[in-house]
Design a protein. Structure first.
Length: 207
C-alpha cells in the first residue's frame, strides 16, 4: 500500500483518534484509563481526540495517510516549552468537555498523566520534544511504517540540537525505541496499579 508521510490535517482529527483507539485499546495505559472492556473504546476515543487536537494546535502531528485517504498512523510531537499543556491549552483543546462526558475515566487518566509528567520532569531538565502519541493501525504494525512516522520528528530535533522524550508501558516498545537511539532514563510503576512505565530520552544525533 502506498502511504504518504505528511502533517495531519485538522479535518482528519476524528480519523486519527479512531485509529489510535484501535492501536491502543489493549495498551496497559488504556486499561488504566478504563478497565471495563465494554466501555473502553468510547472512553479513550472521547479523551484521545482533544489530546490530538492539542498537538495540532501547539506542536506537530505527523500522519501516515494511505492513497484512499485513510489515516494509518500518527506521531504527535510537543515542542520545547509546551511538553506539559497549560490550563488555557487544555480548555482550547476541548479536554474539559471530554472530562465532563467521561469523568471516571478522566480521573484515572489525570492521575496517570500527573505521574508521567512528574517522571519526565525528574528525567530531563533541558528543552526537549515530547513524543506524546505514537500509534499505527494494527494491520500495519511491523511493516516499517512506525520508523517512517517518527523520522521527521527525529530529524527536526537533530537539526535543532534538541533531545526527544517519550513514555511507554511495554518492554517490547522499550527495545524498539532503543534501536532508534533512545535510552531508558526513568522506570517506575503507575501509582495504584501494577503497570510499569519507562521514560526514554533520545539525544540529538549528528548529521
Amino acid at each position: 500500500m502506498d502511504v504518504a508521510i505528511r502533517p495531519l490535517r485538522a479535518d482528519e482529527l476524528d480519523q486519527a483518534a479512531a485509529m489510535l483507539v484501535r492501536a491502543f485499546v489493549e495498551d496497559p495505559g488504556s486499561l488504566i484509563v478504563e478497565p471495563d472492556a465494554g466501555r473502553r473504546e468510547a472512553a479513550i476515543l472521547t479523551l484521545f481526540r482533544p489530546v490530538v487536537r492539542h498537538g495540532l494546535a501547539v506542536g506537530e502531528v505527523t500522519a501516515a495517510v494511505a492513497g484512499d485517504g485513510a489515516v494509518m498512523g500518527i506521531a504527535t510531537w510537543l515542542p520545547p516549552g509546551h511538553v506539559i499543556p497549560t490550563e488555557e491549552e487544555i480548555a482550547a483543546a476541548g479536554l474539559l468537555e471530554a472530562i465532563a462526558r467521561k469523568p471516571a475515566a478522566a480521573e484515572r487518566m489525570g492521575a496517570m498523566v500527573a505521574y508521567l509528567d512528574a517522571q519526565m520532569e525528574r528525567a530531563i531538565d533541558r528543552p526537549h520534544w515530547r513524543l506524546e502519541f505514537f500509534g499505527v493501525e494494527p494491520s500495519h504494525q511491523g511493516t516499517g511504517l512506525g520508523s517512517r512516522l517518527v523520522a521527521p520528528g527525529h530529524a527536526r530535533a537533530d537539526a535543532n540540537g534538541e533531545p526527544c522524550y517519550l513514555e511507554t508501558f511495554t518492554r517490547k516498545n522499550v527495545a524498539w525505541y532503543e534501536k532508534r537511539g533512545y535510552r531508558v532514563a526513568t522506570e517506575g510503576v503507575v501509582p495504584g496499579t501494577d503497570v510499569p512505565v519507562w521514560g526514554l530520552i533520545r539525544e540529538p544525533q549528528p548529521g
